[in-house]
Design a protein around this ligand. Sequence first.
Ligand code: SF4
Ligand code: SF4
Length: 325
Amino acid sequence: MPHYDIEADWHLLDTCNYRCDYCFFGADVLGSKLKSYATAEAWSSAFDRTGKTWLLHLTGGEPSIYPNFVELCSALAKRHLLSINTNLTNASIVRFARDVNPARVSFINAGFHPEERDRRGETTRFIEHADLLRKHGFRIFCSVVATPLALTTFDEAVERLSRARLYPVPKLFRGNFAGKSYPLAYTERERTMFRSYAQRARDFYHGEGDVWGEPPSIDVFNDDRYLTGLPTYGGRLCSAGERFVQIHPNGDVFRCGGTGLQGNLLQGTTVFQSGASVCQTEHCYYFCEKYSQAETAPTGFQTKRSSVTNLFARRMSDWGFKRSP
Ligand code: SF4
Ligand code: SF4
């Protein structure tokens, strides 16, 4: 595993070419005009100036439609490491496969989004891009948001993705559907299906996690652990702010969850915390799992909305997220 000093959940943009029903973003946000706040060189220099080696998780929106996406990734990969969440549709993926050094990319999480893909008839392009990335040496896996509908049609997704030598990893659905709040609303039958597909996905990708000596940060392979509720992170000691930060499209750096502003990367004003401190907010649980210390707070599960969760939900709504966390 190449060394890195700090990881970032980099929300590169809001815009996306897809309109998945379960997306946190509403159509108005997903359809917003593409906007970049700096050139590839300026972003790259801004990260270099921190003197740290970064593992940058690029997400959105859809990162591959970002202006000069390939130039950005190529420039960043010279000194830093990348991981990417993508729907694998944009033509930039072809140049990405050719021009970016796969040894500097931790993983590519290719979201399949079956309903939206069917609507657009884009399965073939997904498979071609996945094949190309694998041929160029990239580590890639595929995930499917496990809505109740996706679980009932999961076998079809398995069949279709076998052409790309991929297996869909079921990703925990967090949001509202038919008046119910997930993941708590999964039925026992849905949980059984989820566990079964998750186990098959682990078997399929067995050994992939060893390529870099650590699992991917977005570790969807173990989402079946959270079918009956996510752990509570509030009160735990966490190294977010020091070993992990969240970056917004304009370069603002937060400890996590859109709180704890630590400066702006492009303006060269970022400061980093020293040592772990107590968690007081909420963020994507994959990063919470990676950077918090479970033994530093009583264990519990998010069985209902906490005041912290409500605050987080309001903040998400400020950013344009439409679903409850
Ligand atoms: S879930 Fe992902 S691919 Fe689907 S609309 Fe949202 S950002 Fe785009
Ligand atoms: S546990 Fe999660 S929400 Fe809490 S400080 Fe760490 S990263 Fe942030």
